[in-house]
Design a protein around this ligand. Structure first.
Ligand code: ADP
Ligand code: ASP
Ligand code: MG
Length: 406
């Protein structure tokens, strides 16, 4: 007998028939004698619709009210799945984030889970009841509803698995595992049987949305056994494992992209100590994450250009924040551009091999693709390019690093 957390993403619960199919999948584990907790996403497209509602009122929205609106999709699917399970004769009950409660910090729109009390849930699991939990939702210290950032149901599932001390956490989605790159863009992408936590973490953090970054962090820290698999087939998926479980390590294990990027350039900023703090301090205070940064050398030693990227959703907030500080910072002009994509190559093999970045730059150059910003970490190289080159860049790089499936 095992204790399992199963998570079903948006496509897996897209309509009533799919929810019934999910109920059958849950039942098959219950029939084997396992204890099952299920985490569900909102129906495919619903969260986007809710976000659009918020945006249509204000792009400079109040994040607390954003959370009230966008957290609702998961409430619907959790109730429906509990009903579908009951219909199959299985004792099931849904528990909203605030009822458990899934305690988070107060970073509305991208909250972090701090604690999930598990005793009551475990007691229910031990009676054979299936516990259904809406993903994505939490509750802040002041008792307001929070959400965990887009894709956050993955994190709900992994954190719940850790709290329940589950034997495994199965993430059911619309592809049958983690691939060398997004299989919807590169037909020759290869499915990985295993991937290390570290590589999965980098892949997720640079845009491979198959798992939310935070879910991999929690899995790695708490030692949760995660398998990514398809809710449409019984094929084995991809196991996320420790480095020592992988025998052969590729130089580059994957390529990821993120369209959720926007570039801001401040033209002719004073080149003096304190300027970076003047720009990035207020952004941090406004809870806006800055990703890539370049500062040019100034011709005259007095003024320079600073370029950086933020999440596309944060662009309006970021521009408003910077413009408010204009007097303090002192720049001539602010330019912004949403028409960019960040493409990254990832691999732990990079630690011991030079030449990965060089191959990336020359491959993009051969295709005539201009690189706007570069950033690197120990096991990753990222470049910012114009969005229209996304597919071309991914396919060319996938071939250049020898990742294509036969
Ligand atoms: P869910 O709704 O089940 O959470 P998501 O849409 O969040 O599903 O994540 C699954 C999607 O992630 C896939 O449909 C695929 O297009 C995308 N994806 C991006 N990179 C990868 C990758 N390396 N391997 C697998 N899927 C990927
Ligand atoms: N429904 C939320 C989203 O679309 C959370 C999730 O599906 O993981 O981002
Ligand atoms: Mg997802």
């Amino acid at each position: 007998m095992a204790r399992i957390v199963q998570k079903f993403g948006g496509t897996s619960v897209a309509d009533i028939d799919r929810i019934k199919a999910v109920a059958l999948r849950v039942k098959s584990e219950v029939d084997k004698g396992h204890q099952v907790a299920v985490v569900v996403s909102a129906m495919a497209g619903v969260t986007n619709q809710l976000v659009d509602y918020v945006d249509s009122i204000s792009t400079l929205y109040d994040a607390r009210e954003y959370d009230v609106v966008v957290s609702t999709g998961e409430q619907v699917t959790s109730g429906l799945l509990a009903l579908a399970l009951q219909d199959l004769g299985i004792g099931a009950r849904s528990w909203l984030g605030w009822q458990i409660p899934v305690r988070t910090d107060d970073s509305h729109g991208k909250a972090r889970i701090e604690d999930i009390p598990s005793a009551d849930l475990i007691a229910r699991l031990e009676t054979g009841e299936v516990v259904v939990v809406p993903g994505f939702q939490g509750i802040a210290p002041d008792n307001r509803v929070t959400t965990l950032g887009r894709g956050g149901s993955d994190t709900s599932a992994v954190a719940l698995a850790a709290a329940l001390k589950a034997d495994r956490c199965d993430i059911y989605t619309d592809v049958d595992g983690v691939y060398t790159t997004d299989p919807r863009i590169v037909a020759k992408a290869r499915k990985l049987d295993k991937i290390t936590y570290e590589e999965m973490l980098e892949m997720a953090s640079v845009g491979a949305k198959v798992l939310q970054t935070r879910s991999v962090e929690v899995a790695m820290k708490q030692g949760v056994r995660v398998e990514v698999r398809s809710s449409f087939s019984d094929a084995r998926g991809t196991l996320v494992v420790d480095e020592d479980e992988i025998v052969e390590q590729e130089l580059v294990s994957g390529i990821a992209y993120s369209r959720d990027e926007a570039k801001i350039t401040l033209v002719k900023v004073a080149d003096r100590p304190g300027v970076a703090a003047g720009i990035f301090g207020p952004l941090a205070d406004a809870n806006i994450n800055v990703d890539m940064i370049v500062q040019n050398v100034s011709d005259d030693g007095a003024r320079t250009d600073v370029t950086f990227t933020v999440a596309e959703r944060d662009l309006e907030h970021a521009v408003a924040t910077i413009e408010k500080e204009r007097g303090e910072i002192g720049y001539e002009r602010l330019m912004s551009d949403k028409n960019v994509v960040k493409v990254s190559v990832i691999g732990v093999g990079m630690r011991s091999h030079a030449g990965v970045a060089k191959r990336m730059f020359s491959t993009l150059a051969e295709k005539g693709i201009n690189i706007q910003v570069i950033s690197t970490s120990e096991i990753k190289v990222s470049v910012l390019i114009a969005e229209e080159y996304t597919e071309l860049a991914l396919r060319a790089l996938h071939t250049a690093y020898g990742l294509d499936a036969d």
